[in-house]
Design a protein around this ligand. Structure first.
Ligand SMILES: [Mg+2]
Ligand SMILES: [Zn+2]
Length: 175
């Protein structure tokens, strides 16, 4: 079974300039996210969210606030028909030296232990940061950098998409 490892902030929903989405009423989906997810819902992938949440380590949000925001994201994307199997999150900061903060692979290792049928090399990471590119390289999966803000040069990832609709079309075309 192939999987899609979706980043959350900056990929599904807008990421504020201070990087912290603190409450459910601050959650705004990016354009074309529902349309992109609708395509992915029609393809044969297990879909997961994997998100770094440094704000928890920095005590700028609580884990409860994170969960409330995540629930709101899930509610807003539900009309797409995509089923998110599970959301994995890293609550640490770099100084914690954890093994789960992307590009480290701890979240994927947990996911694979809980989903024994995943074919990683034919699965996709979709994210908006170099930490997402690094994760894909570390696990040997395919990768689409969703580069809405034009932050990164275009040769850092296997594919660069303008938005999630563009990303979904790439996956559809790649079969
Ligand atoms: Mg992101
Ligand atoms: Zn961590």
């Amino acid at each position: 079974m192939r999987a899609i490892f979706l980043d959350r902030d900056g990929t599904l929903n807008l990421e504020p300039t201070d990087e912290i989405v603190a409450s459910a009423d601050q959650v705004i989906l990016h354009t074309n996210v529902i349309e992109g997810l609708q395509i992915l819902a029609g393809l044969d992938y297990k879909i997961f969210i994997l998100t770094n949440q440094i704000g928890i380590a920095q005590k700028r949000i609580t884990e409860e606030q994170f969960q409330a925001v995540n629930q709101k994201v899930l509610e807003l994307i539900a009309p797409s028909g995509v089923q998110i199997i599970k959301t994995y999150f890293c609550p640490h900061q770099p100084a914690d030296n954890c093994d789960c903060r992307k590009p480290k692979t701890g979240m994927i290792k947990q996911l694979l232990a809980e989903n024994l049928d995943i074919d990683v090399s034919n699965s996709w990471v979709i994210g908006d940061r170099l930490s997402d590119v690094g994760l894909a390289q570390a696990i040997g999966s395919r990768m689409i950098l969703v580069n809405m803000a034009g932050k990164y040069i275009e040769d850092t990832a296997e594919f660069v998409a303008h938005d999630l609709l563009d990303a979904a079309q790439i996956i559809q075309n790649e079969g």
